[in-house]
Design a protein around this ligand. Structure first.
Ligand SMILES: Cc1cc2nc3c(=O)[nH]c(=O)nc-3n(C[C@H](O)[C@H](O)[C@H](O)COP(=O)(O)OP(=O)(O)OC[C@H]3O[C@@H](n4cnc5c(N)ncnc54)[C@H](O)[C@@H]3O)c2cc1C
Length: 808
């Protein structure tokens, strides 16, 4: 029989049920969740059930915060036992860098609203009297954390969803999924078939196989993970209060009380194993509630460490070993939202901590599906952040690495080599030999900074050994001329008779009026929030060249393709790999280029914000007179294979002018001095052009376009927060984004990015700040690693606000 449903969710674990529940909460009840076994019979049932608030990234912490808000309510809401234990959690720091990290997270915890304190060894011992604290410097105590019975919790959300009208079908495997010519999906299962507007892949460790049903190759591998449960510990029996969940980098894992015994979970470094490795990493469809045999040898070194920390664990035996499978993605974040490629195939999978993430993923994916965008920044979770480069070998290398680093602190500046390089320009090796430290974005290796002595960066929250080298790169850009390989732009050709009309319909700014013009234009959500930012170059009415962030490559490609109307004469081509880009910037850039091109580079012939097709060093290329650093300069977009000879000629020609290389650290510093916003930081799906003070890129008079009405609506309503450009008085650490902004001790905002500006000798940050704090002009401070540093609002760019140098 064929049934019709608005949404079919494949998979009844924490992620699928979390979504079903939130869709129902938001009024979408024409839904069915199909589970091949029983609910939770994948990875969910055997999880240790911990829900941590303490996360390194602001968005991940927002996602996790939903669990500790929702789960404690579920039992009362549904009558289903959930076993929520409000124990709190303590993460231990054993290095000064980890203490800095705690202070950093403590800053943004106040903006999200979870309770966290950085505590010393005495306080840790008070909360856990059984612990030895050799080498421990501090603890991050998150007071709202806890652990839950995952089966009870998942069933409670299922009951709540059913009570609101959602349907759940168990013991029914989805066997095939096909998109019909009208765009709707046909979902075939063992029991019946469904026609659906949306299909959601929430198949946990089977998500790769379910993705393959629609031709997707998802970057997920499944890893084995073990925890052990000890016999009863008499001292625990005698206590009234339960111990907090402990997270410990020395142990590479977690330990806590489980009823009256202990529970120790380890993310081993050596010997980590892919689940079902004998079957190429795939489970059998018939397997439900599967556990592996358990292998204590793989984790015994770390168990010994856990017993050093908690000698009381050594007084009892191990009662049970749980060895199960968890999905891991290359960057450790789940895959949420629309899948790359087909319309209305969605993802809610790839979560390695799906108990903690089930509530938040469900809530924000439901918002995204119903409203067109979530209320938090989903960039880090968007399943379209990976592209075809993330094949199985890459995913495996990164997935192992992610598993092995679950309890290793990730510090700013750190570069992890696993799986790299997978994508780079033809200059990669040449620049690496010159000391270039690359960083990966959308799989692409991008120059970050040039290490003069070949030493890598000392990662951390404070200024690193890269600081002086970046200062020198910035000086070269400001005083002489410098070159940067920015081939990693995502690049698209938009052609066809309807190209101009189509772009006008989807972008908020006016297109360039003349051939050869360049503008910045934003694609908005229907509610007027920012989806993406394009640099739009017009070659003709039927040929446009668009640039955007490499991190959004697949996503932007999908937007461009999906927003075409049927039969519209518009062709979209992704030319990211075909073209390389060299930025040549600095006051001597014109002099330098004049030695390698016959083209007229004068202001009259080649003004700012225009493009010309010219020859440089005998290579035909597109020269765009734009840059992100605020100096005279050009971007040279050349055939990828010509990049190396082009670079060599430019480098040679610049010898008498003091030419230097520069990278992304320098670009970040230079753009902060120019108050240039950055997509993904200041410009996100949470923000409109109004709040981000980008109204000059909003052209409501040009006629209707996507997001116009939403933006006008934003303009009419007073916004709660507004973007501010701040100068921050700093000591040895510069703002980087994610720092709380305070007024009179109260959190009134959060920074989105920042840097030290070497041209001005001052540090800057962007921050979204509550309107009342901006209007009342109270004294602001920024919480920098536990110190409150004073901040001043600037009304214009700190460097060359009149753009004299750019137009030079
Ligand atoms: C030992 C261990 C301890 C853990 N501890 C924690 C912890 O403390 N905290 C935490 O947050 N996370 C923990 N995890 C991770 C957590 O278990 C997973 O991240 C989470 O359960 C994933 O949920 P899910 O819904 O994505 O997948 P699953 O729970 O696996 O659900 C997916 C479901 O999809 C079904 N399915 C697949 N294919 C089909 C199909 N074709 N048709 C119909 N149904 C299908 C499966 O049967 C399965 O039930 C732990 C994991 C392990 C192994």
């Amino acid at each position: 029989m064929l049934q019709t449903k608005r949404v079919v969710i494949v998979g009844g674990g924490m992620m699928g049920v979390g979504l079903l529940y939130h869709l129902a909460e938001m009024g979408w009840t024409d839904t069915v969740l199909i589970e091949k076994g029983e609910l939770t019979s994948g990875s969910t049932w055997h999880a240790a059930g911990q829900c941590a608030s303490f996360l390194g990234s602001f968005s991940a912490a927002q996602l996790h915060h939903e669990a500790v808000k929702l789960y404690p309510q579920l039992e009362k809401m549904t009558g289903q036992y959930t076993g929520w234990h409000a124990t709190g959690g303590i993460r231990l720091a054993i290095t000064p860098e980890e203490v800095d990290w705690f202070r950093y997270v403590e800053g943004f915890s106040r903006d999200i609203g979870f309770r966290m304190q950085v505590i010393g060894p005495d306080e840790i011992r008070r909360l856990n009297p059984f612990i030895t604290l050799d080498g421990v410097l501090a603890g991050a105590w998150t007071l709202d954390d806890g652990h839950i019975d995952p089966t009870g919790c998942c069933n409670a959300m299922a009951i709540a969803a059913r009570n609101r009208g959602a349907e759940i079908v168990r013991r029914n495997r989805v066997t095939a999924i096909r998109q019909r010519s009208g765009g709707e999906w046909l979902v075939e299962s063992e029991k019946e078939s469904y026609i659906a507007e949306y299909v959601v892949n929430a198949a946990g460790c089977y998500a790769r196989e379910v993705g393959e049903m629609v031709g997707l190759h998802l970057p997920i591998i499944n890893m084995e993970h073990q925890y052990v449960v000890t016999e009863t510990i008499k001292e625990f029996q005698e206590r009234r209060d339960e111990l907090p969940v402990m997270r410990d980098p020395y142990v590479r894992g977690y330990y806590r009380q489980e009823q009256k015994g202990g529970l120790i979970g380890i993310y081993e470094t050596h010997g980590a194993r892919e689940a079902w490795s004998g079957r190429g990493g795939t489970a059998q469809w018939i397997s439900d509630n599967e556990l592996f045999g358990g292998d204590l040898e793989r984790i015994e070194n770390w168990l010994t460490r856990a017993m050093e920390r908690m000698p009381i664990f050594a007084t009892v035996g191990i009662k049970r070993i749980i060895d199960g499978a968890i999905a891991h993605t290359p960057d450790g974040n789940p895959l949420l939202g629309p899948a790359p490629g087909p319309r209305n195939f969605w993802m809610c999978c790839g979560s390695s901590v799906g108990i903690a993430q089930g509530a938040g993923s469900g809530k924000y994916v439901a918002q995204w599906m119903i409203d067109g965008a979530a209320e938090i920044n989903m960039r880090d979770f968007d399943s379209r952040r990976f592209g075809p480069y993330a094949g199985l070998a890459y995913t495996r290398a990164k997935g192992y690495d992610d598993y092995q680093h679950m309890f290793v602190t990730h510090l700013p500046g750190e570069e992890r080599p696993a799986g790299r390089p997978v994508r780079h320009s033809s200059l990669y090796l040449k620049l690496a030999r010159k000391g270039c430290v690359h960083t990966e974005g959308g799989g692409f290796e991008r120059p970050k900074w040039f290490s003069p002595n070949g030493r890598s960066e000392q990662p951390g929250f404070r200024r690193s050994n890269a600081f002086n080298a970046v200062r020198d790169e910035c000086r070269a850009v400001a005083e002489r001329v410098a070159v940067c390989d920015l081939s990693s732009f995502a690049k698209y050709e938009v052609t066809g008779r309807a190209a101009a009309r189509y772009l006008d319909r989807i972008l908020a700014n006016r297109l360039p009026r003349r051939d050869g013009g360049i503008v910045l234009a934003h694609l908005l959500t229907l509610h007027g929030r920012i989806e993406t930012e394009f640099t739009v170059t017009r070659f003709s009415n039927e040929h446009f060249y668009l640039l955007s962030s490499i991190a959004a490559e697949q996503r932007d490609l999908d937007f461009l393709a999906h927003l075409r109307e049927p039969g519209e004469d518009v062709h979209i081509e992704n030319v990211t790999e075909q073209l390389g880009v060299l930025v040549v910037a600095g006051p001597r850039s014109r002099d330098l280029l004049a030695t390698v091109t016959a083209a007229d580079l004068s202001n009259a012939a080649f003004p700012w914000l225009t493009v010309r097709k010219i020859e440089v060093a005998g290579i035909g290329l597109r020269a765009l007179r734009v840059n992100y650093v605020g100096e005279l300069g050009w971007e040279l977009h050349a055939p990828a294979k010509s990049l190396e000879p082009l670079y060599d000629r430019i480098w040679g020609a610049g010898q008498g002018m003091g030419i230097a290389d520069f990278g992304l650290y320098a670009i970040n510093s230079l753009r902060m001095e120019k108050a240039y916003r950055s997509w993904g930081h200041e410009l996100t799906n949470e923000i409109s052009l109004i709040e981000s003070d980008m109204e000059r890129f909003f052209a409501p008079d040009k006629g209707d376009f996507r997001g116009r009405a939403g933006t006008l609506d934003c303009r009419r309503r007073p916004q709660a927060r507004q973007l501010a450009y701040l100068e921050v008085a700093v000591a040895d650490a510069d703002p980087r984004g994610g720092e709380a902004v305070l007024a009179g001790g109260q959190v009134v905002g959060l920074t989105t990015s920042g840097a030290f500006g070497h041209r001005t000798g001052r540090a800057f940050a962007f921050a979204y700040i509550e309107r009342h704090a901006l209007e009342s002009r109270v004294l602001l401070t920024v919480s920098m690693l536990g110190r409150d540093e004073s901040a001043t609002i600037l009304n214009q760019a700190a460097y060359d606000p009149a753009n004299v140098r750019l137009r030079g």
